[in-house]
Ligand binder design. Structure first.
Ligand code: ADP
Ligand code: ZN
Length: 217
């Protein structure tokens, strides 16, 4: 499949993307994960991105486009891809359109994950993440707590609250989403490739997306 997942922070894009990738071997491409790995490595890109990310701001479009162009050209994308967290602005969406045309790639559709705001807020403030950059397993202090010692049950690294998941940064990320990313819903609707899924349970959302894809083929 070749799809874009749209949705507010905390809508469950990462979980849904992973399950979709397990379903048919398409690669999950998360700009958030790529950027966090770059920050960890303190590469040139990472150092430029870090401040923006910690404040809950978007990383500048030109940096993200550079990174995505390299990523989409890699061989593993031929099996299909699920874009998770990209595009995030109209500028990125327009640049992506040009890039995909140039690479002769056609998207199947854009899945918009719609989640009520109170559910989003609750999820974001209770979310914890494995600090191992190669694992990044996601926990939730209410519904999926880490081991009793606060360690990841997959890899044993400490499970932490991300710097951008403090209450202040979360509020800022949601504002940024409303201002910069939500307009993409209208953009892709106009392009005729948008489908919205009310998404309360990732498993069900994944089924609905696979079902929709199957019907279109
Ligand atoms: P979430 O979807 O929960 O906000 P992500 O892991 O997708 O988390 O993104 C974390 C941070 O990485 C964002 O707050 C932003 O600073 C940066 N980021 C990720 N994707 C993009 C993008 N496409 N454009 C600009 N910044 C991005
Ligand atoms: Zn882990």
């Amino acid at each position: 499949m070749r799809i874009i997942l749209l949705g507010a922070p905390g809508a469950g894009k990462g979980t849904v993307a992973k399950l979709l990738s397990d379903a048919d071997g398409s690669v999950q491409i998360s700009t958030g994960d790529i950027l966090r790995a770059a920050v960890k490595e303190q590469s040139v890109l990472g150092r430029e991105a870090q401040g923006h990310m910690e404040r809950g701001d978007l990383v500048p479009d030109d940096l993200v486009m550079e990174l995505m162009e390299d990523r989409l050209k890699k061989d593993d994308c031929r099996a299909g891809f699920i874009l998770d967290g990209f595009p995030r602005t109209i500028t990125q969406a327009e640049a992506l359109k040009i890039l995909l045309d140039r690479l002769h790639i056609e998207l199947d559709f854009v899945a918009n994950l719609d989640v009520p705001r109170d559910v989003i807020l609750d999820r974001l403030t209770t979310r914890r993440t494995c600090s191992n950059p190669d694992c990044q397993e996601i926990y939730n202090i209410k519904s999926k707590p880490p081991g009793s010692d606060g360690k990841c049950s997959k890899c044993g690294f400490p499970v932490v609250q991300r710097a951008d998941e403090t209450e202040e940064a979360i509020t800022h990320r949601l504002l940024t989403y409303n201002e910069k990313t939500a307009p993409l819903i209208g953009y892709y609707d106009k392009e005729g490739i948008l489908k919205t899924f009310l998404s309360l349970e990732s498993g069900k959302t994944v089924e609905a997306i696979l079902d929709f894809l199957g019907k279109r083929q």
